[in-house]
Design a protein around this ligand. Structure first.
Ligand code: CO
Length: 457
């Protein structure tokens, strides 16, 4: 029987990314920072994922400045970030020198734990980020993305975890971004991994389908070490189980988290008060149990953004049809897990297939790149007919996708010129040149605040 369960609190990253489209500004985080720092969480997720892009694009804040402010306000607790492997915090592969410099500056500005994943579970896409993370002396969580398909068996997930362990990661993370992981499946996978790999195991799930609380219970029985939760006002729906419910549920057992419910109640009170600030970014679908995600397999953060995108095109009534088309697109493409950026790709292609009324009559560039192998190796087969329809006579690549990229950091430095006031600015520019430029000009008082150019995720 495993011992104490540790908690990662997600309210400053994943919880608001899922429930209110990543719109929580730093000024809403700082007033409660001292209390959060005093709880004794194993870690606080404070950075990465969509927050980097959203801070710049929508909130016109410097994400690095956010990290430094939070670090200063919470000196005691481990800070964790979500890093998309070779995609860093963006939506495409970046050259190795940018990945390495980004990880180095993230550690220097306050990150203690790097959760590194690849949407395809292709470890070649995680190699550079993992090596860079280990070089900083901080902790690296090698991540296995969970999904359901005819090719994703417990042994498949174990094989990925073993490859990550061989790369030297200190923690294995099982990431269930869609909330699809059912209790007994979790038990089997976690038992398998814990039996074979002598590393701490960290589980991340979402309540989207109403499974996560049951799944956490079985995961704990199977020997998981750390679980992700969100303080109650930012829990449930597309977010994580409530921190308080997991803490209370384990109290007085060998798995007792040791966290104080009275301290958590104070934090909950604060977040209840500020949640109405984000009313315009709320979507009713975010707060209900949506068991149909078990069919569409759409991850928490993406559902609210897909709704927003369709709303922008005055096509909100097409949501059901797009959700129904997604499993077919996914099958055609060899069952990629649905997580940034493959979730956006499958979502966009499904939307095109529905809007045009003729499947693949219009193919998004992202879909084409995916079939070319530029996202990595597909878990299953891509149908020959689909391949020919999309690529014609062209052959997909077989090497690590980032091997095709030239170094990019010095080019970004030259392009950003005097706009970049720090190494962090150069990296911001290297990742998102257009929105970085808008932000720098606004920050330096050269230009008015520009409206956000595109929907994130
Ligand atoms: Co998540």
């Amino acid at each position: 029987m495993a011992g104490k369960i540790e908690i990662m609190e997600t309210v400053l990253r994943d919880a608001h990314q899922c429930l209110v489209a990543t719109r929580m500004p730093t000024e809403d985080m700082l007033p409660i920072a001292a209390e959060l720092d005093d709880v004794g969480y194993w870690s606080l997720e404070t950075w990465g994922g969509a927050t980097f892009d959203a801070t710049l694009r929508f909130l016109k804040e410097c994400p690095w400045e956010r990290l430094r402010k939070l670090r200063k306000a919470m000196p005691k607790t481990r800070f964790q970030m979500l890093l998309r492997g070779q995609n860093v915090v963006g939506y495409k592969n970046y050259p190795d020198d940018i990945v390495e410099a980004f990880v180095q500056r993230s550690a220097a500005n306050g990150i203690d734990v790097f959760r590194i994943f690849d949407a395809m579970n292709d470890v070649r896409n995680m190699k550079t980020a993992i090596a860079a993370g280990l070089k900083t002396g901080k902790l690296v969580e090698g991540t296995v993305c969970y999904t359901i398909s005819p090719v994703h068996s417990p042994d498949y997930f174990l094989r990925i975890a073993e490859k990550l362990a061989d790369m030297g990661v200190q923690i294995i993370c099982l990431k269930d971004m869609g909330g699809l992981l059912a209790p007994y499946a979790a038990y089997e996978i976690i038992k398998k991994i814990k039996t074979r790999i002598p590393l701490p195991l960290h589980l991340h799930s979402h309540c989207t389908a109403g499974l996560a609380q049951m799944t956490y219970m079985m995961a704990i029985e199977a020997g998981v070490d750390i679980v992700d939760t969100a303080i109650s006002p930012f829990s449930q729906g597309t977010s994580q189980p409530a921190t308080e419910q997991i803490v209370a549920g384990l109290m007085g057992t060998p798995h007792d988290t040791g966290l104080d419910l009275a301290k958590l109640a104070k934090i909950a009170e604060y977040f209840y008060r500020i949640r109405p600030n984000y009313r315009e970014f709320e979507s009713p679908v975010n707060n209900q149990i949506k068991p149909d995600v078990l069919i569409s397999q759409i991850p928490g953060g993406m559902l609210s953004n897909l709704v927003a995108q369709l709303r922008q095109q005055k096509a909100e009534d097409k949501l059901e049809a797009v959700l129904a088309e997604m499993p077919s697109v996914r099958k055609d493409l060899g069952y990629p897990p649905l997580v940034t950026p493959t979730s956006q790709m499958v979502g966009a292609q499904a939307a095109l297939n529905v809007m045009t009324g003729k499947r693949y009559s219009v193919v998004a560039m992202e879909t084409r790149n995916y079939v070319m192998g530029l996202y990595g190796e597909a878990p299953g087969e891509i149908g020959a007919e689909i391949k020919e329809k999309i690529l014609g006579k062209k052959e997909p690549i077989t090497c690590r996708p980032a091997d095709l990229l030239k170094p990019g950091l010095e080019k970004a430095r030259a392009e950003a010129g005097a706009m970049a006031k720090s190494e962090e600015d150069v990296l911001t520019y290297a990742l998102f040149p257009e929105i970085a430029k808008d932000y720098f000009l606004y920050r330096d008082g050269v230009a008015e605040r520009q409206p956000a150019t595109a929907v994130t995720q």
